[in-house]
Design a protein around this ligand. Structure first.
Ligand SMILES: Cc1cc2nc3c(=O)[nH]c(=O)nc-3n(C[C@H](O)[C@H](O)[C@H](O)COP(=O)(O)O)c2cc1C
Length: 160
């Protein structure tokens, strides 16, 4: 199955979940343009995150998602909000989201964690992730030492 078919978007493109940049309005603009827009929770508090999800819903009828930065002190609350608000697509950064995945799946979301090592890809796959986004050390602040070009084929071999 092609990525855009899995996402329900016109194009097989997922916008980066950028803290302090990717608001609900930003994500809606990307989704309206035919890609998967993401609200970057990183620079927000939990209440602002919920407001941005609701704002995004008023601006687009297309699929959109969120990126939850797992080092955020309110990450657990944000994970809960994403489930409560029935966000259709969830990505994560800077950590291991395995404990949240069953709750997100229960809420009907597709879950694609960002992974920077093979071990995390295997772990989230076992926890029920629908896909992984493999990003190397050059990708805007992610932990990990492999480059994307070295990482992607290893992840490709390690998970289905
Ligand atoms: C300003 C900025 C903020 C970012 N914030 C986050 C973040 O909060 N969470 C995350 O998982 N990735 C974050 N990223 C990484 C992007 O989501 C994306 O994965 C990365 O930039 C690689 O995509 P690119 O090669 O298209 O830039 C950020 C990137 C930028 C440039």
């Amino acid at each position: 199955m092609k990525l855009n078919e899995i996402l329900g978007t016109e194009f097989p493109i997922i916008q980066g979940g950028m803290a302090n940049i990717a608001t609900g309005e930003f994500a809606a603009a990307v989704s309206n343009a035919g890609a998967m827009g993401l609200i970057g929770a990183g620079g927000m508090d939990a209440d602002t995150f919920r407001e941005n999800i609701r704002k995004c819903r008023t601006l687009t009828h297309k699929p959109f998602g969120v990126n939850i930065m797992l080092m955020h002190p309110q990450a657990r609350e944000m994970a809960q909000i994403a489930a409560e608000e029935r966000v259709p697509f969830i990505t994560t950064g800077a950590g291991n989201p395995a404990s949240y995945i069953p709750m997100w799946k229960e809420a009907g979301a597709k879950v694609f964690p960002v992974v920077s090592v093979v071990a995390l890809a295997k772990l989230v796959a076992r926890a029920g992730a629908d896909g992984v986004i493999a990003e190397g050390t050059e990708s805007g602040g992610h932990v990990g030492e492999l480059t994307t070009m070295a990482l992607v084929p290893q992840v490709r071999d390690a998970v289905d």
